[in-house]
Design a protein around this ligand. Sequence first.
Ligand code: SAM
Length: 207
Amino acid sequence: MSETDERTPFEWEARFREDDTPWERGDVHPAARMWLETGELKSGMSVIIPGCGRCPEVTALARAGLDVIAADLSETAIAWQQGQIAAEKLSAVTIQGDILKPGHGAWYPDQPVDRVYEQTFLCAIPPRLREAYEASLIKWLKPGGKLLALFMQKDERGGPPYGCSLEAMHELFPEERWIWPADDHFIAVPHPSLNGKPELAGALTRR
Ligand SMILES: C[S@@+](CC[C@H](N)C(=O)[O-])C[C@H]1O[C@@H](n2cnc3c(N)ncnc32)[C@H](O)[C@@H]1O
């Protein structure tokens, strides 16, 4: 099987209900911390976290003063995020549903945003949806806005995760629409599970 093959639909909701979520890091991603420190993510910015699951970056970014929109298919994951947001008396918008519905069903924010923080979402969706996701990202982001990408280097037979090799990513995010980091400079951050395979952290700017 290759990056383009796909198993039967993945039961995300069931995985959250059964607490079978090996992709979770359990802590804020080191790259998110780095982007907060360098100002790549900063107070006053708007950010979408697609496929947020139960990632702690939703509250971490809201706490840091960003306007967060967190979206996920899973009711359980969104209810968990809402609980975390309420417990800390933070404010963030949560969207529950399929944000990549093909055709006219795709979700868009009311206003384009400054950042998209992408953590194990692109590698989770079937590769046949990648082009629709890229088209959505262009609409979600303001010109000059950035996709803060964490390209997963683990490619599971039949997926997910579906590998995000830089070669495939260059095809998906072409230079006509995206400015790439100089010399393809990405920082490799090993995943604490997922066989320690790294995610490649880097910012792509929407033209
Ligand atoms: C591998 S998990 C990553 C979760 C989270 N970002 C993290 O790093 O812990 C992928 C997430 O994407 C969500 N998802 C998959 N397809 C989706 C879609 N079409 N629309 C919205 N969410 C989706 C799943 O429910 C799941 O929470």
